[in-house]
Design a binder for this molecule. Structure first.
Ligand code: AMP
Ligand code: MG
Length: 407
């Protein structure tokens, strides 16, 4: 058994980065940017009006009020997409709509509400003194051409897609999706939808893995529930090792007589880097590497498998895609939390904000076979090894489940 942090360092030292691919902007949601994106044009691209109104020379409107309007001559219209070619001179103005280019000679916009209104007439009355730059969106005030728009490693979502569209990008270079093979082992496992016979249970773990894989942005290319026998393990694994960036198993990696997963990994040339980590649940965690594949063997108890995925597999997949993993927070316990003398202790929990502080407590069910402890949880809490339990008021690590929110 090796310490948790030592095992983390070993995994880190075997990480490799996935290649890139180009995808259409519409297909980029949930992907990780593989290149930095810069502003291809200044934003705004040209001085334009923030209001529907009149483009004027501010100096011409001096002293204008409702009682003492200034009368200006309308010489043209500038609308969004159809800039006016004319240049305004003293005493002149141009009707100028929101988003329309500011005509030559103008240095302010008067809102139409502060005038006698739009018309097809030759003149307009201005009711308000305009100041230079008023209601003008200046070229480059948001970003200059070449400025950094989005940094490499960012998760692409609505903000990024919208901003990229603003700058005319129709495609983005993103990290490839990790191709993963997931399998569970156990003669007792039956797929949901079938009837259970004596001693059998339903396979839950592969459903957890598949859901997590989708959330993190991986592509499951192989998935199966296997019997505790070397032949079927060999068959599945030899193909998985040849085709996947990562193989993730659940079960069959402990001390049981029929726990063959580790044996078959080794038979197929997988290099073992560790087996058994100082953590609870999930001590018999296996980590190895093949030619171009990382292998995580997680123990079968559903909570061990789930927490093992979130603490080991998830950050590794993110890392392979070039995404910076989110920070683990620190929260204050409202109730006691167990500790193990040499193992890191994990439990599903809930974290929320109280009086501006992050507080948390663990789920009441603590058994690693009790998957319903994950229901309603928004985080995984973990205590460092130690001899005494943590009490209410003590600090603890809070790993917020990335798809959950803290209330
Ligand atoms: P193992 O790691 O194979 O010793 O399994 C530990 C416990 O987890 C046993 O009670 C198994 O029945 C259970 N288990 C293993 N795989 C799964 C699975 N895919 N879904 C639900 N429970 C499982
Ligand atoms: Mg088993």
């Amino acid at each position: 058994m090796i310490p948790f942090n030592e095992a983390k360092n070993i995994v880190e030292s075997h990480l490799f980065q996935l290649g890139n691919e180009t995808v259409g902007l519409n297909k980029s949601s949930g992907r990780i940017l593989a290149e930095e994106v810069t502003a291809s044009i200044p934003s705004p691209r040209f001085d334009n009006s923030a209001m529907d109104g009149y483009a004027v020379r501010a100096v011409d409107t001096k002293g204008a009020s409702k009682k003492n309007p200034v009368t200006l001559k309308i010489i043209s219209i500038s609308s969004a997409g159809s800039p006016a070619a004319d240049e305004i001179g003293p005493g002149e103005c141009i009707q100028c709509m929101t988003g329309a280019a500011i005509p030559q000679g103008a240095d302010a916009i008067v809102m139409v509400e502060d005038t006698s209104g739009f018309s097809d007439g030759k003149i307009v009355q201005i009711f308000l003194e305009a100041h230079e730059s008023k209601h003008i969106r200046k070229k480059g005030e948001e970003l200059s051409e070449g400025d950094l728009l989005i940094s490499k490693g960012t998760l692409v979502a609505a903000s990024e897609i919208g901003s990229c569209a603003t700058f005319g990008y129709e495609k983005l270079t993103v990290s490839q999706k990790p191709k993963i093979a997931i399998f569970g082992t156990g003669n007792e496992l039956v797929e949901p939808g079938n009837e259970l016979k004596s001693g059998q249970i339903y396979n839950s773990n592969l459903y957890i893995f598949a859901a997590l894989a989708e959330k993190v942005g991986a592509e499951v290319i192989m998935r199966d529930v296997l019997k505790d026998e070397k032949d079927s393990l060999r068959q599945f694994l030899s193909r998985a090792l040849a085709t996947s960036h990562m193989v993730i198993s659940s079960g069959g990696v402990s001390m049981g007589r029929y726990d063959y997963v580790r044996d078959v990994f080794m038979e197929l040339g997988v290099q073992e880097h560790f087996w058994k980590v100082a953590q609870k649940p999930g001590k018999p965690l296996f980590f190895g590497t093949g030619q171009d594949t990382l292998i995580f063997g997680l123990p079968g108890n559903p909570v061990s498998s789930y927490i093992g995925f979130m603490e080991w597999v998830w950050p590794t997949l993110e890392n392979m895609m070039g995404k910076k993993s989110s920070k683990i927070l620190s929260g204050t316990l409202t109730e006691s939390f167990p500790r193990e003398s040499v193992k890191k202790r994990f439990l599903f929990g809930n974290a929320w904000i109280e009086n501006g502080e992050l507080v948390c407590r663990s789920a009441s069910k603590v058994g690693s076979h009790m998957l319903t402890s994950a229901l309603g949880a928004n985080c995984i809490l973990s205590s460092e090894p130690g001899d005494e339990i943590l009490n209410a008021g003590d600090k603890i690590l809070v790993n917020v489940l990335p798809w959950k929110t803290i209330f």
